[in-house]
Each structure stands twice: as structure tokens, then as C-alpha cells.
Design a protein around this ligand. Structure first.
Ligand SMILES: [Zn+2]
Ligand SMILES: [Zn+2]
Length: 408
């Protein structure tokens, strides 16, 4: 029977490129399916529903049952979707924290390497490669599916939680949704939310200069992962005090995660995702651990692509004078976060993109769905004419036609 196992393993290895391609296609199909089903059934289908809602507007926040699958939802939320009241049109494109352009791009600097972190990352990258091999050769299908589901969970924690909600306050969330997103974020093991937000706000305020923690002017590797492998640049440390973190200090969810990170993060990111396959479908420890390592490394690197690739290659419809770019491929991989030229100009737009209803922007659909359930509200969007005037003034001329066709 052992020879049979060996033959089966060989076949699976030979099939690797097809399986990998199939997995990527299934991922995009899954993203599109989820986005389109939410669009069809959910609140984002605002334009189609607008017709019957006009006289039916109710701005009160009373709870009443609605005939969406018989689920009781906030009436104001559901009706609001019909005519986009739920979203707040921002009057100016100004961000909470204006950009500081006084710093230089990249002064000569000798970074101090954090060797323990380098070894940590090296170990997990090798473990991740082994994890992919195990996923294709000996793991149970349930383990692979679970790893894939974990990518979705930690991605919503990072993109909808750490980024759009906590860093940019581009929408508001009920306490329940905040806790859910904090737990999802913990599974990504990207340190605590407080630090994540602080560094991201620094990145926006001092973008592409010495005050930017992952300063892209220092090269692709530094902006991708190199910045985490060395001690902070003195300018980053110095500028930290300029960032307003009062909302983070006053948020008990953020402070809870910060206080309990020593056990909370490893438990949710590594211990539980390893134990669940072992307990529920008797997966081996080796398979379970390494496939979760692959999940961790894959999702971490996709997030980092926004700091590196999205500041190097792509087109610039909104401001051709800054580094951040737009890329549809990056958007597909990062659940809709690749419209980075737009994002750096209008960081408080909850859609993180000009074409909020694009099928690539799964995170927007997730927030829309949360709004439909009454868990998210006050979703900020930048008015189309404001976007257009900025495009005319500083853009490179691309995408203008597409913007005209886009229904807001
Ligand atoms: Zn950026
Ligand atoms: Zn941002």
C-alpha cells in the first residue's frame, strides 16, 4: 500500500501548477461570487432599489422588521441604502491629518538589524514553503479549506478593521463589529492594532520620506519587509508624537488587545488554527502547523505588497506627482486595496477606491454588508465632482472616462 501512497503523492506534485492555477482562479471566482451576491441581495444595490424608496424614507433609527430574508434590521439603515443616505458625502477631500512634505526622501542611514525578527521571518517563510508542499501532498482537504477561510478572516481584520475603520475612521462600527474585527486582526499576527494604526498614520502623513516607517524611497525590499527587520529611523521615532492617537487610547477594544497581546495574538494566530484541524478532522500536527504558517506568510506578504509594489508600479489617475499607484492585480490580491493613488489622495473614503462597487473591492462589500446588518454606519465617500476636479488638476489623464460612467 505504501507504493500506492507514493504514486498518489507523485501525481499530486505533478499536478501542482494546475492545482495552484485552479486555486487562484477559485479565489477570484469566490471573491466575485461573494461581491456579486452581496451586490444583488444586499444594500450595495442602492441604485436598483432607489426607485421604490423615495417616498419611503425614514430617518429614525428605530428597529423594525424588514422583508430582507425576514431578518430584523435597522429601518434607517436599510432604507438609507435605497437612496444612499447611509453614506456621508465629505464636503472637502481634506484628511484628518494633513500631509507633511517638509521631510527629505531618504537621507543616508545605517539601519540596526533586529536579528531575532529576521530569524523569526526566515523560519516562517521556510515553514510556509513546506506548508504549501504539504497542502498539495498529504493534507486533508478540510485543512486546506480551513487555511483558505483563515485568509479571508485575517484579511477582513486588516483591511476592513485596522486600515479602513481604525486608521482612517472612514466609517463607524458598533462595539460588536469592532470586537469581531479586532479578533480577525489578531489572527493575522501583525502586532497590535495600536501600533498598526500609529505606523499607518505616520505612513500617510510623512509618505515616502524618512518619517514614513516603510519609506518606499529606500527601495522595494525595505518598504516590503526590510523596515520590520531593523530599528526605526530616528525621524519616525521623532514624528510619532505628532500623530493624534487619542481615539485609540479611548477605545477599550484597542486597549484590550494591546494589554493582552502576549497571549491573545499567538493563541488566535497560531495555537487555535493549528488545534482546530487536529481536533475536528484529525489532521496531523505537522500538516496543521505548516499550512497555517503558509496562510500567515501568504496573507502577510499580500498586505506588504501595498507598501512596496503599490508605491512603485502602476498608473496615477489622481496625482502623478506622488509615488502611490493604482493596480488591478494588487486590488484582486488584497481584497480591493490596490487603488493606492486614490487612497493617498482621499484616505477617508471608506471604499478605498473610486469605483467602490468594483468586483475587485471585496472589503467594500463586506463593509456594505455590515451596514446592511446595522453594524457599520456613517460610511464616508468623496463626491464625484471633487474627485474629478482633482483628477483634472493633478492626474495623468487615465480613468477619467471610467469615472464619468460610474454611478455614485
Ligand atoms: Zn501607501
Ligand atoms: Zn491608508
Amino acid at each position: 500500500m505504501r507504493w500506492m501512497k507514493r504514486v498518489r503523492r507523485r501525481i499530486r506534485i505533478k499536478l501542482f501548477p494546475y492545482v495552484a492555477l485552479g486555486a487562484i482562479n477559485s479565489h477570484f471566482a469566490m471573491e466575485s461570487m461573494m461581491a456579486s451576491s452581496i451586490w444583488y441581495f444586499g444594500p450595495a444595490n442602492a441604485h436598483a432599489l432607489a426607485a421604490y424608496s423615495e417616498q419611503d424614507v425614514d430617518n429614525t433609527s428605530t428597529i423594525s422588521s424588514n422583508d430582507y430574508f425576514g431578518i430584523p434590521i435597522r429601518r434607517s439603515t436599510s432604507i438609507a441604502w435605497h437612496n444612499s443616505i447611509m453614506t456621508t458625502q465629505m464636503e472637502t477631500a481634506e484628511t484628518d491629518d494633513p500631509i507633511d512634505t517638509t521631510l527629505t526622501k531618504a537621507t543616508p542611514w545605517k539601519p540596526q538589524i533586529k536579528y531575532h525578527y529576521v530569524f523569526f521571518q526566515l523560519y516562517f517563510h521556510v515553514a510556509a514553503i513546506y506548508g504549501v508542499y504539504l497542502a498539495l501532498t498529504s493534507a486533508k482537504w478540510q485543512t486546506n479549506l480551513f487555511g483558505y477561510a483563515m485568509i479571508w478572516i485575517n484579511s477582513f481584520g486588516i483591511y476592513a478593521g485596522a486600515h479602513r475603520l481604525f486608521s482612517h475612521r472612514s466609517y463607524k462600527a458598533t462595539r460588536a463589529l469592532q470586537i469581531f474585527l479586532m479578533l480577525c486582526h489578531s489572527t493575522a499576527y501583525q502586532r497590535n492594532l495600536f501600533l498598526w494604526v500609529l505606523e499607518h498614520r505616520l505612513h500617510h502623513k510623512y509618505s515616502d520620506t524618512d518619517g514614513d516607517p516603510h519609506n518606499p524611497s529606500r527601495g522595494l525590499f525595505f518598504s516590503h519587509i526590510g523596515w520590520l527587520c531593523c530599528k526605526k529611523h530616528p525621524e519616525v521615532v521623532k514624528r510619532t508624537k505628532n500623530i493624534d492617537m487619542s481615539d485609540m487610547y479611548s477605545n477599550p477594544v484597542i486597549m484590550f488587545q494591546k494589554k493582552h497581546q502576549q497571549w491573545l495574538l499567538p493563541t488566535l494566530a497560531f495555537i487555535l488554527p493549528t488545534l482546530i484541524p487536529m481536533v475536528f478532522w484529525v489532521e496531523s500536527l505537522t500538516n496543521s502547523w505548516h499550512i497555517n504558517a503558509a496562510r500567515y506568510i501568504m496573507s502577510m506578504n499580500t498586505v506588504f505588497l501595498i507598501n512596496s509594489v503599490s508605491h512603485k508600479w502602476g498608473y496615477k489617475p489622481y496625482d502623478k506627482n506622488i509615488r502611490p499607484t493604482e493596480s488591478k492585480i494588487i486590488s484582486m490580491i488584497t481584497f480591493g486595496e490596490g487603488f493606492h493613488n486614490y487612497h493617498h489622495i482621499f484616505p477617508n473614503d471608506y471604499r478605498d477606491a473610486e469605483f467602490g462597487n468594483s468586483l475587485l473591492n471585496v472589503t467594500t462589500y463586506f463593509i456594505d454588508f455590515c451596514a446592511f446588518l446595522g453594524l457599520a454606519y456613517d460610511l464616508k465617500i468623496v463626491p464625484k465632482d471633487l474627485v474629478k476636479s482633482r483628477m483634472t488638476r493633478t492626474g495623468n489623464g487615465s480613468e477619467m472616462e471610467l469615472l464619468d460612467k460610474t454611478v455614485y
